[in-house]
Design a protein around this ligand. Structure first.
Ligand code: C5P
Length: 232
């Protein structure tokens, strides 16, 4: 990274997390005394590489102002949107007067609190000279089936299949343009897919399997286990 190029983080945190069946959005459930969102943000802050972190928060969210980290000098709050992609675009727009087109943006799910500095630095070091940018991902160990109804209609060649994680890292200008061009398209479930629609091929960088996304109730205990056993 040259001295003039900054790095920014964008954290979509405006989801409701229906699959958790909890009384509040999953990013506000607690792990070792702190909310999932606090863990995620503290880990990004502790990486000490971001000029600021833009966090997309739902306008009806009563929990965010209660968190001490919400007033941290490096945290910028943006309005969340209907879908994840809308929240990401809103956060990107919130830093438009601060970020240059050539700066890097790392978009990271609020629901991935086990992200490590090792993975963040591995991603950055792998992409710093890349034209397009890329994402952390994991290869699939399971055999993958194409299913219609409840019947298998095919088996995918898993040697070509990767699971997309976050952070996903792209140049600010390229990412914002791609997200604007893809606005309203339900197929855009991550940033890389918006870049793919532009005909670009983001790079795959192998990530750590402990960077899980909290989705179901049992994931909280697993995240807690990983956090207790991570020492980097
Ligand atoms: O629901 P899912 O786990 O795919 O959400 C991924 C991330 O996107 C979560 O951190 C969630 O808070 C965020 N999100 C958002 N705005 C939405 C929907 C999801 O910021 N409208």
């Amino acid at each position: 990274m040259t001295h003039s190029t900054k790095s920014w983080a964008v954290v979509p945190a405006a989801g409701v997390g229906k699959r958790m069946n909890a009384d509040r959005p999953k990013q506000y459930l607690k792990l070792s005394g702190k909310t999932v969102l606090e863990h995620t943000l503290l880990r990004l802050l502790n990486a000490e590489i971001f000029a600021a972190i833009a966090v997309a928060i739902s306008e009806e969210d009563p929990y965010w102002p209660e968190l001490e980290v919400s007033t941290h000098e490096k945290i910028i709050t943006a309005a969340g949107g209907k879908e994840r992609a809308d929240s990401v675009l809103s956060a990107l727009k919130s830093i438009r007067t601060l970020a240059s087109d050539n700066d890097w943006v790392l978009v990271h799910d609020a629901a991935r609190p086990c992200i490590t500095a090792t993975d963040i630095h591995h991603l950055i070091n792998s992409l710093v000279n890349d034209e397009v940018g890329g994402i952390l991902a994991l290869s699939s160990h399971d055999t993958l089936k194409n299913v219609q109804g409840n019947r298998i209609v095919g088996t995918l060649d898993r040697s070509h299949i990767w699971r997309a994680l976050t952070p996903q890292m792209f140049r600010y200008g390229l990412l914002k343009n791609a997200m604007e061009a893809a606005e309203g398209n339900p197929a855009i479930t991550d940033e890389a897919s918006a870049l793919e629609l532009q005909g670009l091929q983001p790079k795959i960088v192998e990530g750590r399997p402990d960077n899980i996304k909290i989705t179901r109730p049992e994931d909280l205990a697993l995240a807690q286990f990983y956090m207790e056993h991570q020492n980097d």
